[in-house]
Design a protein around this ligand. Structure first.
Ligand code: NAD
Ligand code: TYD
Length: 351
C-alpha cells in the first residue's frame, strides 16, 4: 500500500516545493494537499501535478475542525506535515489576529486529529525565528531558549510548545524542524528576495529596511525539503531539528548579489547603486539569525547542497523565466498590503 502523506499548506512556497520534491523521488506514496488558498496559496505552483494520480488537492482551513476531521477520516493519512501558516513578519505586525488563529489554533486541530487517527508521524514546520535575535556572535542550537519577538515568531513558538506537549502528554510521535530563511521558486513577492527581483524588473527602487545590515542565514528551498524528508524517514519522535546552510548575509549583501545576477542575465535593465532605497525600519526588527545544523548533520546524515551564489543565480533565472507567475500574484490585495506596509500613496508597479 502506498504511504499517504497529508501536506497542509502545500499550495504555498515551501509546501509546493516539498510536494514536488516527494513526488519526484518516490513512486510509492500519495500526497493529499490541504490548503485554504489564502493570498499566499497558489494552485499554479502545482499545475503540473493536476493529472498525477498520486496527488489530491482539498481546499480547507486548518482552523475548521469538522472539515479537517472529514479529510482525516476519508484519506487516513500515515503522515502529517504542517506547512500551513501565516508566514510574513510584516503582516503579523499590521494584523496579528489571524496569526494566532492559523498558526496556533490550526495546529491544535492538526495535533488533536493526528492523535485521534493514530498518525505515524506529525511534523510541525517551524522556524529559526522562534529563538529571537542574535548579537554579533553565537548561533542557534536546538537548546537555545525560545525568545520570539514578532507576533509571527511568537505564534510559531506557541505551536512548537503545543506540539511538544502532545508528545510528552499523549505520546504523539512528532518532530519539529526549525529552518532559516528559504529562497527559491514560487516564493510570494512580499519576501525580500522575490520582492527585490520584482522591483528590479519593474524599474522600481528596492526598499531596504533600516541600515540594511540585519543578517539572515539563507538556504535553498530544495535543501530544506531534503532535510524534512530525512526527518520524516529517520527522525526520532519528540526531537527538534534545526535546518540551515550556514550562509549568513546582510540584507544589503543579498540585494547586491541579486542585482549582480540580474545584470548578467538582463543587461538591458537599468540597475545601479541608486536602485536601493533605505526605508524606515521594521518594528522590532530581529538583527541576526544563524543556525547551527550540527544535530541534523550528525544524527541524520543531512547536508545542504546548494551554494548560495549558484542558488541565487538559478532562482533569479527562474523568476525571469516565470514572469507570468510573478505577475499573476500581483492583485488588488497585494497592492493594498504593499501601500500600507511601505506607507506610500502610489503603490508599486505599472504592470
Ligand atoms: P507561504 O505563506 O508561502 O504559504 C503558506 C500556505 O499555507 C499557503 O498556501 C496558504 O494558503 C496556506 N494557509 C495559510 N493559512 C492556512 C489555514 N488556516 N488553513 C489552510 N491553509 C492555510 O509560507 P512558506 O514560506 O511556504 O512557509 C511554510 C511554512 O514554513 C510556514 O509554517 C513557515 O512558518 C515555515 N517557514 C518558512 C520559512 C521561509 O523562509 N519562508 C523559513 C522557516 C520556516
Ligand atoms: P523577509 O524576507 O521578510 O524574511 P524574515 O523577516 O522572515 O527574515 O525579510 C528578510 C530580511 O529582509 C529581513 O531582515 C527584513 C528585510 N527586508 C527589507 O529590508 N525590505 C523588505 O522590503 C523586506 C520584505 C524585507
Amino acid at each position: 500500500m502506498p504511504r499517504k502523506v497529508l501536506v497542509t499548506g502545500g499550495a504555498g512556497f515551501i509546501g509546493s516545493n516539498f510536494i514536488h520534491y516527494l513526488l519526484d523521488r518516490y513512486d510509492d506514496i500519495s500526497v493529499i494537499n490541504l490548503d485554504d488558498l489564502t493570498y499566499a496559496g497558489n494552485l499554479r505552483n502545482l499545475a503540473d501535478l493536476e493529472k498525477d494520480p498520486r496527488y489530491f488537492f482539498i481546499r480547507e482551513n486548518i482552523c475548521n475542525f469538522p472539515g479537517l476531521q472529514t479529510v482525516f477520516k476519508k484519506f487516513e493519512p500515515d503522515y502529517v506535515i504542517n506547512f500551513a501558516a501565516e508566514s510574513h513578519v510584516d503582516r503579523s505586525i499590521l494584523d496579528p489576529d489571524i496569526f494566532i488563529r492559523s498558526n496556533v489554533l490550526g495546529v491544535q486541530n492538526l495535533l488533536k486529529l493526528s492523535l485521534d487517527c493514530e498518525i505515524e508521524r506529525m511534523i510541525q514546520i517551524s522556524t529559526d525565528e522562534v529563538y529571537g535575535s542574535l548579537g554579533e556572535s553565537g548561533v542557534f542550537t536546538e537548546k537555545s531558549p525560545l525568545d520570539p519577538r514578532s507576533p509571527y515568531s511568537a505564534s510559531k513558538a506557541s505551536a512548537d510548545l503545543l506540539t511538544l506537549a502532545y508528545y510528552y502528554t499523549f505520546n504523539l510521535p512528532v518532530n519539529i524542524t526549525r529552518c532559516s530563511n528559504n529562497y527559491g521558486p514560487f516564493q510570494f513577492p512580499e519576501k525580500l528576495i522575490p520582492l527585490t527581483i520584482l522591483h528590479c524588473l519593474k524599474g522600481e527602487k528596492i526598499p531596504v529596511y533600516g541600515d540594511g545590515l540585519n543578517i539572515r542565514d539563507w538556504i535553498h528551498v530544495d535543501d530544506h525539503c531534503s532535510a524534512i524528508d530525512r526527518v520524516l524517514t529517520d527522525g526520532i519522535p519528540g526531537e527538534i531539528y534545526n535546518v540551515g546552510a550556514q550562509n549568513e548575509m546582510t540584507n544589503i549583501e543579498m540585494v547586491n548579489t541579486i542585482i549582480c545576477a540580474l545584470k548578467e542575465l538582463r543587461p538591458d535593465l537599468p540597475l545601479t547603486e541608486d536602485s536601493i532605497v533605505f526605508v524606515p525600519d521594521r518594528k522590532g526588527h530581529d538583527r541576526r539569525y544563524a543556525i547551527d545544523p550540527e544535530k541534523i548533520q550528525k544524527t541524520l546524515g543531512w547536508k545542504s547542497r546548494m551554494p548560495v551564489s549558484e542558488g541565487i543565480k538559478t532562482t533569479v533565472e527562474w523568476y525571469l523565466n516565470n514572469v507570468n507567475w510573478l505577475e499573476s500574484v500581483i492583485n488588488a490585495e497585494y497592492l493594498h498590503y504593499y501601500s500600507v506596509n511601505y506607507r506610500i500613496g502610489n503603490p508599486l508597479p505599472k504592470l
